[in-house]
Design a protein around this ligand. Structure first.
Ligand code: FES
Length: 121
């Protein structure tokens, strides 16, 4: 069902966990499948210096979170806000149609974290 990239990110997820002194965090859930995701970010000079995640969800949601945290490192906040779920799905080499919403969760959590950061500053 999943390609090699997705399987790699699911079985060896990057950047799992909490950033204790995060500059912001964003949480989203999907009421249909019940999956839940929190993204933590550290921001340095307007760029995302570190991103970590906790995902309670399916394989694709974990792979999407992992890929997203890799993709967003070093990006400006504006760039992070333009990262779409399709960018994440593409970087993963594609997701089954029924799993596209898992990548939406990852993009939404990232955007929520950036919005939270901007609200705090
Ligand atoms: Fe809902 Fe994957 S099945 S996020």
């Amino acid at each position: 069902m999943y390609n090699e990239i997705v399987t790699d990110h699911f079985t060896h997820p990057r950047n799992v966990g909490v950033i204790e002194n995060a500059d912001a965090e964003g949480s989203v859930g999907n009421p249909v499948c019940g999956d839940y995701m929190t993204i933590y970010v550290k921001v340095d000079q307007g760029r995302i210096a570190e991103a970590r995640f906790q995902t309670f969800g399916c394989s694709a949601a974990i792979a999407a979170s992992s890929m997203m945290t890799e993709m967003v490192k070093g990006k400006t906040l504006d760039e992070a806000m333009t990262l779409t779920n399709m960018d994440i799905a593409k970087a993963l080499g594609g997701l089954p149609q029924s799993k596209i919403h898992c990548s939406v969760l990852a993009a939404d959590a990232l955007h929520a974290a950036v919005r939270e950061y901007r609200k705090r500053k």
